[in-house]
Design a protein around this ligand. Structure first.
Ligand code: HEC
Length: 102
């Protein structure tokens, strides 16, 4: 009986584990759901994406991208999990920054 419950629980976990690898599509959804771009739009007074592409942008490496996503998350109390941050980093990098993966 216990073994059967355990097996069911493990099976239930399998798809979740598969999703845990950083995934740009997931990151895109999280960026939309977290309203990241609404706030960036206010800051740049124009195209919501301009914050990532502006000439004097802050982020110039993969490490800085991770730090900045974490900073926006923590300081603004967005309550994203570390896995969520990884999805977002992959999405922003694939779409805008294009740093070599690390
Ligand atoms: C309440 C406002 C606000 C929200 C919400 C917000 N940010 Fe930001 N973010 C900022 C501001 C302001 C800056 C510019 C900081 C600066 O210029 O020093 C910024 C900058 C950034 C940058 C760096 C851009 C560059 O210069 O290269 C990244 C990446 C970023 N945010 C990601 C995110 C992500 C991802 C989310 C959502 C999970 C998010 N932010 C949500 C306010 C916000």
């Amino acid at each position: 009986m216990t073994a059967r419950i355990l097996a069911a629980a493990l099976l239930g976990l399998a798809p979740w584990v598969a999703l845990a690898a950083p995934n740009a599509a997931e990151g895109k959804k999280l960026v939309e759901a977290s309203k990241c771009e609404t706030c960036h739009h206010n800051k740049t007074q124009g195209d919501a994406k301009a914050v990532y592409l502006r000439k004097d942008r802050k982020v110039t490496s993969m490490a800085q991208l991770k730090t900045q996503v974490a900073r926006c998350n923590t300081e603004l109390n967005l309550s994203l999990f570390p896995e969520d941050e990884e999805h977002i980093v992959v999405f922003l990098n694939d779409t805008y920054y294009k740093f070599a993966a690390q």
